[in-house]
Ligand binder design. Structure first.
Ligand code: RIB
Length: 334
């Protein structure tokens, strides 16, 4: 009996990549109608059965993907994980979630463990373990970066244009009349934090009457936001910036809590803009303006790129960059 047709044969018949076939099967809205129809025709002609796609995965490896995130307590990453799991489960795979707490030592330990567990591949929002990531690839384990751009020569990546995100926040605040803006975030060694700062700085420096200050934080969580808000409040009303742009929503929620606790009004005394647009942003006591990232789509796309690399003999690395969107709410309304 002839072997059942596989996803690669469908791709050849339709004249597309395996990743495109995977998209047609999992995210048809991403694929142009004419291409979709060619793939469906190839599936019908070959009698391809989609659950066979799991058999195209790397033999001798577990039916799992590794997902390494910076902070599992941050809803941004649980939303990304939801997207990863949706795609993984469509291919009969489970997801092993690893939390690094932005600690390079923990991250390296997780990568070693995932290699020992012979995962199909690893999705990672990296801190600074390029050497470890290269070692995984040397062992034949594909690694896709998410939430930051990668090196097209060696990897696939999925990110949001964080420089544009910073620009959107700064433009909104300046157009709302703010002339003293403080960027709250850190560590600036994290690529996504650095790029958000670059965006806000580029816009602020184009306006002679705008003062941009920076309050770096040791982490990107609510506690670090509360500490930053306490410092702002303690400096006194005359020293307050008229607006704060936080590198993510958890920081913004912490700043909001501290300023409110100190008797300051948001946005009347200080406007606040966050980043990610997690569900808690809209639900905050003062609904938070935020730069939205397509979190679940980031996860789905990263997982699809990883599976394509696993299944495609002639894989070509791709860098997918989504555009952020500014959502204006009460915390920075005019
Ligand atoms: O890891 C901290 C932040 O980086 C998240 O909130 C999200 O913005 C990611 O890009």
């Amino acid at each position: 009996m002839a072997a059942a047709p596989n996803i690669r044969e469908v791709a050849v018949r339709a004249g597309v990549s395996v990743g495109t076939v995977s998209n047609v099967l999992n995210r048809p809205e991403l694929v142009a109608e004419p291409t979709r129809e060619r793939v469906y025709a190839a599936i019908a002609e070959l009698g391809f059965v989609r659950n066979d796609s799991a058999r195209q995965l790397r033999v001798g490896r577990s039916r799992t993907l590794g997902l390494v995130v910076l902070d599992v307590a941050n809803p941004f990453f649980t939303d990304v994980a939801r997207g990863v799991e949706d795609t993984a489960n469509q291919h009969g795979l489970a997801v092993i979630l690893c939390n690094t707490d932005e600690d390079p030592i923990k991250e390296a330990s997780h990568l070693d463990l995932l290699a020992e567990m012979r995962v199909q591949g690893v999705l990672i929002n990296p801190i600074d373990t390029d050497g470890r990531i290269a070692a995984l690839r040397d062992r034949g384990i594909p690694v896709v970066l998410f939430d930051r751009r990668g090196d097209p020569a060696v990897e696939c990546s999925v990110a949001v244009d964080d420089v544009l995100g910073g620009r959107l926040a700064a433009t909104h605040l300046i157009e709302s009349g703010h002339r003293s803006i403080q960027f709250v975030g850190g560590p600036l060694t994290l690529r996504q934090v650095q790029e958000r700062y670059e965006g806000v700085s580029a816009v602020a420096s184009a306006h002679d009457d705008v003062e941009l200050t920076v309050l770096t934080t040791p982490a990107l969580n609510v506690a670090a936001g509360r500490a930053a808000g306490d410092r702002l409040a303690a400096a006194g009303r005359d020293a307050l910036p008229s607006a704060v742009f936080c590198a993510n929503d958890l920081l913004a929620l912490g700043v909001l809590q501290a300023l409110t606790h100190a008797g300051l009004r948001v946005p009347d005394d200080v406007a606040i803009v966050g980043y990610d647009d997690i569900d808690f942003a809209a639900a905050a006591a003062v609904p938070l303006s935020s730069v939205r990232q397509p979190r679940q789509q980031l996860g789905r796309t990263a997982a699809e790129l990883l599976l394509a690399e696993t299944m495609e003999a002639d894989h070509e690395h791709r860098q997918v960059v989504f555009e952020p969107e500014l959502i204006v709410r009460e915390s920075s309304a005019r």
